[in-house]
Write a new protein. Structure first.
Length: 88
C-alpha cells in the first residue's frame, strides 16, 4: 500500500538533490563567466535546476505517482523563481 500523506523528509531529500544540482551549475557558470555573475545568470541557474526535477518527476509518475508531487513542487519553485529573476 502506497503512502499518500505529505512527507517533509521526502520533500527535504528532493530539495537537497535540487540544491546539489544548483551548486554544480553555479560553479560551472562562475567558471565560464570569469566570475561575473548577474541576475540573469542566477535566473538561468534556477531554471536549470528545474530540469532534473521535471525529468525525474516524469519517470516517477510512471512508477511511483505519490513521489512525483515532490519533484513537481520543487520544479515549480525553481521555474517561478528563475522566471522572476529573468523578467525582473
Amino acid at each position: 500500500m502506497e503512502e499518500t500523506r505529505f512527507s517533509w523528509k521526502r520533500m527535504s531529500l528532493v530539495l537537497l538533490l535540487t540544491l546539489m544540482v544548483g551548486i554544480a551549475q553555479y560553479f560551472v557558470a562562475h567558471q565560464f563567466n570569469d566570475g561575473k555573475m548577474g541576475q540573469k545568470v542566477y535566473g538561468g541557474i534556477l531554471l536549470g535546476m528545474a530540469i532534473p526535477s521535471i525529468l525525474i518527476g516524469g519517470v516517477m509518475r510512471l512508477f511511483r505517482p505519490n513521489l512525483q508531487r515532490y519533484f513537481a513542487i520543487t520544479a515549480g519553485i525553481c521555474i517561478v523563481s528563475g522566471l522572476f529573476l529573468l523578467l525582473l
